[in-house]
Ligand binder design. Structure first.
Ligand code: ATP
Ligand code: MG
Length: 302
């Protein structure tokens, strides 16, 4: 662990949609960087410690969190809630996996929608509704998150990529439904630039808690070079933490259909380099540690 002193945001700049500070939204500027995987692993690491964890799949256009945890979904989800067709209590589903030691680990998931609704083009209807009833939809989203935040120890929102088909008002609704922003990037320098631009565009006033640099090539000089960028990333995002996660075959989810258990359920942190770092990050997330300046979390291979 290394400490850095970062740029402090002025207090009046921090305007958050959700007061309770146990709500995190995960964004990344490009697809496939590991946003959903990191959200899932961190959530299940925390759930294994018997905390109540809530997850919300905001990616109505490519609901990978839903398919990853449920295989396929039935019944109302976030889409129906935003359209005013379901209440918070109706959209929360329990998802459980059993560890190799026989412990049942549970989280609560708000799935994107039921599969049929996605096929029926209801997502397009939401895009139209956002034009006419933006405030009402935002109110429903914030009500759902406030409900989850008071009934759970921690809540994670998994957001769609800003460069995808989700319209701008949808991103603004999503941004108002979190307290903190977590950012997932890879070690390619332009990804951090894109992330900074999208944060400015869609999440301008949210405080950044963690920046995850994911899928770093698991060779020493690549990992060392990535970690050397910590002060720069701390400053760029005014983050509390920058977390360096190596590419790790144990996190690679090759299942194309059906629910796939998280690596943290199948493996111990000692068996996986990525889980080792993510466990450290997860424990700080649940405690909401607020270090002075900015802290880099990484493997001790330097
Ligand atoms: N640290 C890692 N090591 C190995 N594989 C990883 C790692 N992180 C993510 N992956 C794999 O990379 C792929 C993409 O990850 P994921 O679906 O989490 O990305 P995403 O950013 O959520 O993508 P999308 O834009 O589709 O939402 C998955 O197959 C996942 O298992
Ligand atoms: Mg995803």
């Amino acid at each position: 662990m290394i400490f850095f002193f970062g740029k402090k945001k002025k207090k009046e700049e921090i305007v958050v949609g959700v007061d309770k500070d146990n709500v995190f939204g995960t964004m990344s500027p490009k697809g496939g960087v590991g946003k959903t995987s990191i959200t899932v692993e961190v959530a299940f690491i925390i759930a294994q410690k018997d905390y109540r964890v809530g997850l919300v799949d905001w990616d109505l256009w490519s609901p990978r969190l839903t398919s990853r945890l449920l295989g396929s979904s039935e019944g109302p989800g976030l889409l129906e809630l935003l359209l005013g067709e379901a209440d918070p209590e109706d959209v929360i589903k329990e998802v459980s996996f059993t560890t190799s030691e026989g412990k049942v680990v549970r989280v609560h998931l708000v799935a994107a929608s039921d599969k049929d609704a996605l096929v029926r083009g209801e997502v397009k209807r939401l895009a139209r509704e956002l034009e006419d009833h933006y405030d009402k939809i935002k109110e429903r989203a914030v009500a759902l998150i406030n409900y989850l935040a008071t009934t759970h120890d921690i809540v994670f929102n998994d957001y769609p990529v800003p460069s995808g088909p989700a319209p701008a008002p949808f991103h603004r609704v999503a941004a108002s439904a979190t307290h903190w922003l977590n950012i997932v990037i890879d070690a390619v320098p332009t990804t951090a630039e894109y992330a900074a631009r999208y944060v400015e565009m869609f999440y301008p006033s949210l405080p950044v808690y963690m920046v995850f640099v994911n899928m770093i090539k698991p060779v020493h000089y690549e990992y060392r070079a990535a970690v050397a960028k910590a002060p720069e990333l701390c400053k760029k995002f005014a983050a509390k933490y920058v977390v360096f996660v190596p590419f790790d075959g144990k996190l690679y989810d090759v299942k194309v259909s059906g629910a796939a258990p998280p690596a943290s359920v199948n493996y111990k942190p000692t068996e996986s380099a990525a889980l080792k770092v993510l466990r450290d990050a997860a424990m700080r997330l649940i405690r909401r540690d607020k270090p002075m300046g900015c802290v880099a979390l990484h493997l001790k291979v330097l």
